[in-house]
Design a protein. Structure first.
Length: 315
């Protein structure tokens, strides 16, 4: 009896020690962060900068993997189906709400565990060169005088769709004045504007700022509360008489059931990245705001965002 008990205790102790050693060793290999959009867009750029800065604390490479499709759903679905071992991360933002409540996805954000919030990025309205107006007021006047001539590109059930419609409502303008060209991802949308395939796009500062500085397109307005340091000449929608502010909230997620210690390690690595002056400068230069929230606070924040989007889509 004593031998059996001792053997059982020894087996349990061995399992505990083995588990502890495995946890203590994490990460034992590189981890992938799935960016569910094509390269070149705001999401891609920001996560590459933040992940590069996190590698020193993480102790292994954080490898960005672009997996474009269905407005972010393809990449999210892939991560959802991977083991909850901390080696596959999701670059997630508001698309987790818009695609679910827009009925493009069959799973809510709660199929993931939140790791941390990284940045908040205001939206911008951009226009191609060669149009017979140069500012927000001129755009509205032209649209009213020429119904259906102006085109705008955005993803279906995206923040661009949702908030361009809202901006027009607040401005008292019928959205039917604009033709919609559906393109997934801010990078491809901006390229469509650059190529003259679309007149307008509702995107993010990171994907458009360099082109605006080179004179290849024009930014009309930004959805931030105040003007951005990266482009102080760009007026806010509020300045233009539209009481609208919004930011895309970018964070890191892992499959549901990932261990708390593993989540903590990933979160600490990204926290260290956002505390690095060079990383913060690069993110700010892109027109984004570094804003860190750990797992618990981020979880509470996401619950509030979920309620906001649920209400918005129900109207």
């Amino acid at each position: 009896m004593f031998k059996k008990t001792a053997l059982a205790l020894g087996t349990v102790l061995g399992l505990v020690l083995s588990s502890g050693q495995t946890l203590a060793a994490y990460p034992e290999q590189e981890a992938k962060i799935v960016i569910p959009y094509k390269p070149g867009g705001a999401t891609d750029i920001i996560y590459r900068v933040a992940s590069g800065g996190a590698e020193k604390t993480f102790g292994q490479a954080l490898v960005p993997v672009n997996m474009d499709g269905a407005g972010g759903v393809k990449g999210a679905r892939f991560v959802k189906g991977t083991p909850a071992d901390g080696y596959t991360l999701l670059a997630g933002h508001d698309f987790l709400f818009t695609t679910y409540y827009g009925k493009l996805s069959d799973f809510p954000y709660t199929v993931f565990d939140p790791v941390c919030l990284l940045t908040q990025t205001p939206n911008i309205l951009v226009m191609r060169n060669g149009l017979p107006f140069s500012d927000w007021k001129g755009m509205l006047e032209y649209a009213k005088a020429n119904p259906g001539k102006l085109s705008i590109t955005y993803s279906p059930a995206s923040t661009g769709t949702l908030f361009f419609d809202r901006i027009l409502r607040l401005a008292g303008v019928d959205k039917k004045l604009f033709r919609v060209i559906t393109i997934n991802g801010t990078g491809p949308q901006i390229r469509a504007v650059l190529g003259g395939h679309a007149d307008l796009a509702m995107g993010n500062v990171p994907s458009a700022l360099s082109y605006a500085r080179e004179g290849k397109l024009k930014m009309l307005a930004v959805s931030s509360e105040k003007r951005l340091d990266a482009c102080p000449e760009l007026p806010t929608f509020k300045e233009l008489g539209v009481n609208f502010t919004y930011a895309t909230n970018r964070g890191v997620f892992v499959p549901k059931g990932t261990g708390k210690a593993v989540i903590g390690k990933i979160a600490a690595s990204y926290k260290a990245s956002l505390e690095d002056d060079d990383v913060r400068r690069k993110i700010a230069d892109l027109g984004s705001i570094p804003v860190y929230m750990g797992p618990e606070d981020y979880g509470k924040f996401l619950a509030g965002q979920d309620a906001l989007y649920r209400e918005t889509f129900s109207k």
